[in-house]
Design a protein around this ligand. Structure first.
Ligand code: DGJ
Length: 334
């Protein structure tokens, strides 16, 4: 992906819009446009491939910490750029606009190559949900090795939302590969793991155990041989929506979405939700999560990563309002 230089003026506009945010403004004003997002200390937010959990009036943002020099894994037939895995960060906000750094939710470890959390591993796309029965916050994430063939789901738990989280280990659900993933907890408390599987050819939706710590044997295969990744799911007016990207490494491609009456499907494909110029490359981003704006029915934020593949720690974000035109999703980059 070609890196655009962000001008000082653009940066100042972003800082100004965040600093003078008004929580009563429309959803369009609560989105962050551009590559740099700053926390309440004025430091760049380091939370890539993010997920958000809303708990007791607070939004918690979790993401991959990308720090250090990007390198290309030798001997791969694709652009396997890597950066040391810095663990998972946490930020909190009450308005989706002012994000306070809450520290490292899950630490990586150094010089322990056999450990899933070693800085040499892949620790991607963390998502957290709360289990009301066990009173635990449960984090799932994609754990991998440099060639992306380990393909497992890692699990960590905490008694408090921001962590620290204790790593429980990793698993291949039903002995199937797990790469890009997300979690979904429905209103009835039932939770699902949604992930790219079968070497990224087909996605799986797997019912989780009641404590959310294990996959069950109940799962479905969706988007068979369509090669979709970065799933982002949400619900509106009783229907489920699932936005995914195509598979092109760190380079942007066209998003697509599907609709269903149940998380387990059947999912009906609807095409690209992005509209306007550069819609075919998701405005140079890749979707990671869709966060409902609490207490604003029908208002959602599409949260995308703007990957800088040759300098991954400099990757940015594109957060846009997601609108409904009747029952169709529309995402514009104003
Ligand atoms: C695309 C995935 O969506 C990212 O999370 C990351 O794994 C890259 N591929 C690696 O190329």
């Amino acid at each position: 992906m070609k890196t655009k230089h962000i001008s000082l003026i653009t940066l100042l506009i972003v800082i100004k819009s965040l600093a003078f945010a008004n929580t009563n403004k429309s959803i369009a004003d609560t989105s962050a446009h551009g590559r740099v997002l700053l926390d309440t200390d004025g430091k760049p937010i380091n939370a890539h491939g993010p997920g958000v959990m809303y708990h007791q009036g607070v939004y918690y943002l979790f993401g991959e910490i990308k720090n250090g020099k990007t390198w290309l894994v030798p001997g791969q037939n694709w652009e396997d750029y890597r950066v040391p895995a810095g663990g998972i960060s946490c930020y909190s906000s009450v308005d989706l606009k002012h994000w306070k750094y809450r520290g490292i939710a899950l630490k990586s470890v150094v010089n322990d190559p056999g450990n899933d959390l070693d800085t040499g591993r892949v620790i991607e796309r963390p998502k957290v949900i709360y289990n009301g029965r066990t009173k635990k916050f449960v984090m799932w994430m994609h754990i991998d090795k440099n060639d992306y063939n380990y393909s497992r789901g890692g699990v960590a738990i905490s008694d408090s939302p921001a962590g620290p989280y204790q790593y429980q280990g990793s698993i291949k659900p039903n002995d199937q590969m797990l790469r890009d993933m997300t979690l979904y907890k429905d209103e009835d408390g039932i939770a699902y793991l949604i992930y790219s599987s079968e070497d990224n050819n087909t996605m799986h939706v797997c019912l989780l155990s009641d404590d959310y710590l294990k996959p069950t044997t109940t799962y479905v295969r969706i988007f068979e041989n369509k090669r979709r990744e970065s799933p982002a799911i949400f619900k509106n007016k009783g229907k489920y929506y699932l936005i995914t990207s195509g598979c092109s490494g760190w380079s942007p491609n066209a998003a697509s979405y599907a609709v269903a009456d149940h998380v387990m499907g059947p999912w009906k494909e609807q095409g690209n939700p992005c509209k306007g110029s550069n819609a075919e490359v998701t405005f140079f981003s890749q979707g990671a999560f869709v966060q409902p704006v609490i207490n604003k029915p029908g208002a959602f934020i599409f949260m995308g990563d703007v990957w800088d593949k040759t300098n991954l720690e400099k990757s940015g974000y594109l957060w846009l309002p997601l609108n409904f035109n009747h029952d169709k999703i529309e995402i514009y980059n104003p």
